[in-house]
Design a protein around this ligand. Structure first.
Ligand SMILES: Cc1cc2nc3c(=O)[nH]c(=O)nc-3n(C[C@H](O)[C@H](O)[C@H](O)COP(=O)(O)O)c2cc1C
Ligand code: SF4
Length: 400
């Protein structure tokens, strides 16, 4: 095994947390929490990933409050799921005592499919907006958050982080990207505010940095906080690399332990972070709401633009951020082949997050360690991603 592949499979510290190697399962919302409850389905999925040798698995898309969900099957971090989360993390550590577990804290902000929300009347973001996702379920509008709403949101992140630490998570990842709630504040495309939370980059970063500070203060030093951010929104009036480099520097100064640099926005241009075959085909097939199905047929090709897949599609941009910050860097995006893993390590990234390669082969790590000619086999057809709302959630149909 080469020096750099060897590096990928040897222990390293994420902040103050010891990891047995440098491979982390990326957050991939799995659609395996029926009625928002993390039970057997989710546990079985992550047990397989853990048994396959990753150093850390990530429970994707855990929202910080009920109204942060995009659909009513998503889990939100609250006391009601404390027993299930505690037992799931205990079970995962039974499979592999030295595995670590992270959770992605997120909030949908201004787009949700949920018609009847719990606390709010309609989804809220930085500014009034059209809630494209909610149009088919009869909730087409999103409102603008008041200062009280902003303060409340910060509190939900703090409380969620404390709960995560309490139930046994080892680390957390804050989702600052992909067009979700905090990303909507960072992006000039969605943030049209004229108060201290909008306008200049400093103002647009005020809420994300408040969230980071609240979470870090709540959990303390032994519990690393990663941040997933956009290097581009993939839309003309959104953020681009130059501004993203400054955003990364601000997170770095704000005390983030590690950055995961991605791009694209779920509601406007998700193929930036997926690459490969369009999600439209699978989503149209899976959609049960006739209005949403028609909508997808009409706007599918506009929303899911053509972004051909190539290995390490975020590497060149991520290197520019690596050069600007002191915090640790976690590479994400198209690290399917072993040569790519080797390159990422050679380029000085501390860790790598794998999404689809681990959906295709949960045993990626043990297989790659045993065979220098290992091939993963993921074709980037993205069918797994079109199954997130299908019964039973995601799977790789190529494995059947
Ligand atoms: C099924 C599926 C679900 C995803 N869900 C999330 C999510 O909940 N949060 C997130 O930040 N990214 C999500 N992603 C994006 C991945 O985390 C990752 O950024 C992307 O798949 C690129 O990495 P890869 O080439 O290793 O798959 C998802 C991807 C897939 C395939
Ligand atoms: S369905 Fe399988 S092959 Fe297709 S992108 Fe997902 S993991 Fe890869």
């Amino acid at each position: 095994m080469s020096e750099y592949l060897d590096k990928a499979f040897t222990p390293a510290k994420l902040g103050n947390l010891q990891l047995k190697n440098r491979i982390i399962k990326a957050a991939t919302y799995e659609g395996k929490t029926p009625d928002g409850v993390p039970g057997e389905l989710l546990q079985t999925f992550h047990k397989e990933v853990v048994a396959g040798g990753v150093a850390m698995t990530t429970i994707g898309y855990c929202t910080t409050e009920a109204d942060g969900r995009i659909n009513d099957q998503m889990m939100w971090l609250h006391e009601g799921v404390r027993p299930q989360l505690t037992s799931m993390i205990r079970e995962l550590k039974t499979v592999s005592p030295d595995v670590t577990v992270s959770g992605q804290m997120t909030h949908c902000g201004n787009f949700s499919k949920i018609r009847k929300m719990q606390r709010l009347k309609r989804p809220l973001g930085p500014s009034k907006a059209f809630n494209m996702l909610g149009a088919a379920s009869g909730a087409p509008f999103a409102g603008a958050m008041t200062i009280k709403d902003i303060d409340y949101l910060v509190q939900t992140y703090r409380d969620a982080a404390l709960l995560m630490k309490d139930v046994g998570f080892d680390a957390a990842e804050i989702h600052f990207g992909h067009g979700y709630g905090l990303s909507q504040f960072i992006s000039p495309r969605t943030n049209k505010r004229t108060d201290e939370y909008g306008g200049s980059l400093e103002n647009r970063m005020r809420l994300p940095l408040r969230v980071l500070e609240a979470v870090k203060t709540a959990v303390g030093d032994g519990f690393p906080i990663m941040g997933k951010m956009n290097m581009t929104d993939g839309v003309g009036d959104g953020i681009h690399l130059e501004e993203a480099i400054e955003i990364a520097a601000m997170f770095d100064s704000g005390g983030i332990d590690a950055l995961i640099c991605s791009g694209g926005t779920s509601p406007f241009n998700p193929m930036v972070y997926f690459r490969g075959d369009s999600l439209a085909v699978g989503l149209i097939e899976q959609q049960t709401n006739p209005i949403a199905k028609l909508g997808l047929k009409l706007i599918g090709s506009k929303m899911f633009k053509d972004y051909p897949y190539y290995e390490l599609y975020f590497l060149e941009d991520a290197k520019k951020i690596r050069d600007r910050v002191d915090c640790q860097m976690v590479y994400i995006g198209g690290c399917t082949e072993l040569e790519s893993l080797e390159t990422v390590m050679k380029e000085g990234f501390d860790f790598v997050q794998l999404g689809r390669p681990l959906i295709k082969d949960p045993n990626y790590v043990i297989n790659a360690m045993a065979d220098g000619n290992y091939k993963n086999g993921c074709t980037h057809c993205n069918l797994c991603a079109s199954l997130i709302e299908a019964p039973g959630g995601i799977r790789c149909p190529l494995n059947e």
